[in-house]
Ligand binder design. Structure first.
Ligand code: HEC
Length: 150
């Protein structure tokens, strides 16, 4: 009896959960990629804060760089869903999915340069670390200029 009631409730829930799939799938996709970018942004900002000596957490530099590289590698998949036909609020331009290879290339470059930053941090040379951070930063700006609304 109890099981039957539960099963019935689950069936109702499944039916209502499936109905509005188009709208909520786009919403979820936008939320996911924005969270991914927030993670990229947070690791980048904390990496810079440590490098500038704004916070006394030098021992966390490598972990922040590794976090940045990990988040950057999630980005290509995070942007795959074309939400340009929906009315979900986003700053992503429709161009992304019309020029996917170029866009994905930007994300790949961000990930590669983040890996290079990790290597520079592990190498310990301050000038090299500074250059590597700057190289990552250029990928953010180039892509945002091209593929993000202001
Ligand atoms: C190849 C393209 C590309 C690269 C590279 C890129 N971004 Fe983004 N980023 C985007 C797009 C597109 C959005 C808008 C996403 C949306 O609103 O759906 C975005 C959004 C953001 C956001 C706002 C997230 C939110 O809360 O809505 C932050 C923060 C951000 N990016 C940081 C960065 C940083 C830092 C880097 C470099 C380390 C970077 N991005 C590299 C394309 C890129």
């Amino acid at each position: 009896m109890k099981f039957a009631a539960l099963a019935a409730a689950a069936a109702v829930f499944a039916a209502t959960a499936v109905a509005p799939v188009a709208a909520s799938a786009n919403e979820a996709a936008v939320k996911y990629r924005q969270n991914n970018m927030k993670a990229v942004g947070a690791y980048m900002q904390n990496t810079v804060a440590v490098l500038k000596g704004e916070v006394p957490y030098a021992e966390q530099l490598e972990a922040n760089a590794l976090g940045l590289a990990a988040a950057a590698k999630l980005s290509p998949a995070a942007f795959k869903t074309d939400t340009s036909g929906s009315d979900v609020k986003t700053t992503a331009k429709a161009d992304i999915w019309q020029n996917w290879e170029k866009f994905e290339g930007g994300l790949t470059m961000m990930a590669e340069r983040s890996d290079a930053l990790v290597a520079a941090v592990q190498g310990g040379d301050k000038a090299a670390i500074g250059q590597a951070v700057q190289a990552v930063g250029e990928t953010c700006k180039t892509c945002h200029d091209n593929f993000r609304t202001k």
